[in-house]
Design a protein around this ligand. Structure first.
Ligand code: NAD
Ligand code: UD1
Length: 336
């Protein structure tokens, strides 16, 4: 079976390619490298020992997509390609709507034309906005997104629902990720954001490596056990395995299926700092700052549906996540 992975050079896409190749799927990647490097393809090959077909190009390029679908007998598409920086999306809304929506619309129309009707889409827990009840179930209300990035995810979910109504032959799985962290145990692939990171784990890694002096903790007055924000962190390899499970579903059933991918466990910022310090034997300096706009106090998943319908259960714990995040930094520091 051949899987087209859009955005396959990125953080989650590259880990998913590894899991797919390991299980014997053929993989074709399209990525315009706007937030990744070509070298990732070589690293995936190094981990798996198998060649991977790579097209450098934009998912908005209809001609290129048609040529890929004509050349390879694609069975399923996993659509990761997109811009994902929340702060940047507030400053550049048009670029975010253009990239994330247009690429999806072009992809879906080419898929329809080429009669490939199985797709897995990367959505986010951000579509739940400020959820009133945790753990968050897939049936929780969506909306109230606080930034253009989040709104693109919501819009694409609507587009997919409408497409399924119009063409019931489509099989669509929407995966709402919680907070992916960690890296492949080889240390060859991982999260490598440009510039000063927005997200907690890459920021902690930069403090550990002395590239940044201290972590800013955004608020210690939330109604949580220690006042800091609580999130559902999931190891990126678990997340990748979740996509393989979703692939089995999308091959079998028609319609739209939505799943949370998380662990179902909430950790505070202090929990993460402590686990990182303990596991890597490094002190993380921090300062308490104002709350960050748009942050919610507590967000973690109800993971029952993914377990019952996909047989997916995350197996890595917080120790693995903080260890592998730092290991990726260490391995790459040595190589660079
Ligand atoms: P990433 O930026 O590492 O990977 C995305 C990849 O898509 C990059 O390699 C980028 O070069 C490519 N890309 C972007 N626009 C493209 C286009 N128009 N054509 C071709 N390639 C394009 O991000 P990631 O963390 O791997 O996230 C993957 C997907 O999951 C994204 O859609 C993201 O919004 C979503 N998601 C991520 C998180 C997270 O915390 N990382 C959480 C929820 C949802
Ligand atoms: C962020 C995005 C969300 C996206 C998710 C993917 C925002 C507002 N939301 O979610 O849309 O889907 O990433 O991973 O950006 N924190 C600090 N100091 C830091 C960074 C973070 O204290 O330097 C805290 C935050 O306040 C939060 C927790 O750490 O409580 C996690 O933050 P982060 O990693 O940015 O993820 P989310 O805010 O959950």
């Amino acid at each position: 079976m051949t899987v087209l992975v859009t955005g396959g050079c990125g953080y989650i896409g590259s880990h998913t390619c590894v899991e797919l190749l390991e299980l014997g799927y053929d993989v074709v990647v399209i990525d315009n490298l706007v937030n990744s490097k070509r070298e990732v393809i070589d690293r995936i090959t190094k981990i798996i020992g198998k060649e991977i077909i790579f097209y450098e190009g934009n998912v908005q390029d209809e001609k290129l997509l048609i040529s890929i679908f004509n050349k390879h007998r694609i069975d399923v598409v996993i659509h990761f390609a997109g811009l994902k920086a929340v702060g940047e999306s507030v400053k550049m809304p048009l670029e975010y709507y253009q990239n994330n929506l247009d690429s999806t619309l072009v992809l879906l129309s080419v898929m329809k034309e080429c009669d490939v009707k199985k797709i897995i889409f990367s959505s986010s827990a951000t579509v739940y906005g400020n959820a009133k009840i945790v753990p968050i179930k897939e049936t929780s209300p969506v909306g109230g997104t606080t930034n253009p990035y989040g709104t693109t995810k919501l819009f694409v979910e609507h587009i997919l629902q409408d497409l399924s109504i119009a063409d019931p032959n489509f099989s669509i799985v929407i995966l709402r990720y919680f907070n992916p962290i960690g890296a492949h145990k080889s240390g060859l692939i991982g999260d490598n954001p440009n510039g000063v990171p927005n997200n907690l784990m890459p920021y902690i890694v930069k403090v550990a490596s002395k590239e940044l002096e201290y972590l800013n903790i955004f608020g210690n007055d939330y109604p949580t056990k220690d006042g800091t924000g609580v999130r559902d962190y999931i190891h990126v390899v678990d997340l990748a395995i979740g996509h393989v499970k979703a692939l089995e579903k999308v091959v079998k059933d028609k319609g739209v299926f939505i799943y949370n991918l998380g662990t179902g466990i909430g950790y505070s910022v202090f929990d993460i700092i402590e686990a990182f310090e303990r596991e890597n034997d490094i002190k993380i300096l921090y300062k308490i700052k104002e709350r960050r706009d748009g942050d919610v106090a507590i967000c973690y998943a109800d993971v029952t549906k993914a377990y019952e319908e996909l047989g997916f259960k995350a197996k890595f714990g917080i120790k693995d996540m903080v260890r592998d995040s730092y290991n990726f930094y260490l391995k790459n520091r040595i190589e660079e």
